[in-house]
Design a protein. Structure first.
Length: 107
C-alpha cells in the first residue's frame, strides 16, 4: 500500500507539472505555500512574488516547441519528497527538480 503522504506528494507534483506545461502561472502558484522557498541556480527565491516572477519569466520565455518535447525521464516519490529528472530536447538535455510537499503545497 502506498502511504498517504506519497499519494499527496504525487498529486501535487502532477498538478505542478500540468500547470507548467499549460503555461498557467496562476495554477502553478496555487501549488506553493505563501512562504515557499525555491532554490535555483541563481540563488533562492523567497515567497510568492519572487517565485511568480521566475515562473512567469520561464513561461513567457519558453522556446516554441519546448513544452511539446517535455518528458519526465525519472520520477521518485517517497513520502513528502519528490525528485524528477526531465528533458525537453533539443532545448534542455537534462534537468532535475526536487520538491518537498507539506499540506498539499510546496513550502
Amino acid at each position: 500500500m502506498i502511504p498517504d503522504a506519497t499519494k499527496r506528494t504525487e498529486a501535487a507534483l502532477k498538478r505542478h507539472v500540468a500547470a507548467i506545461m499549460a503555461g498557467e502561472a496562476d495554477s502553478v502558484m496555487r501549488n506553493f505555500a505563501d512562504d515557499a522557498v525555491v532554490y535555483t541556480s541563481e540563488g533562492p527565491l523567497h515567497g510568492q512574488d519572487a517565485i511568480r516572477a521566475d515562473i512567469e519569466s520561464f513561461i513567457n520565455n519558453t522556446p516554441e516547441g519546448m513544452r511539446d518535447n517535455f518528458e519526465v525521464v525519472r520520477r521518485d516519490i517517497d513520502g513528502d519528497v519528490a525528485y524528477i529528472t526531465w528533458k525537453a530536447e533539443p532545448f534542455v538535455l537534462m534537468a532535475t527538480e526536487t520538491f518537498v510537499v507539506t499540506d498539499d503545497k510546496i513550502p
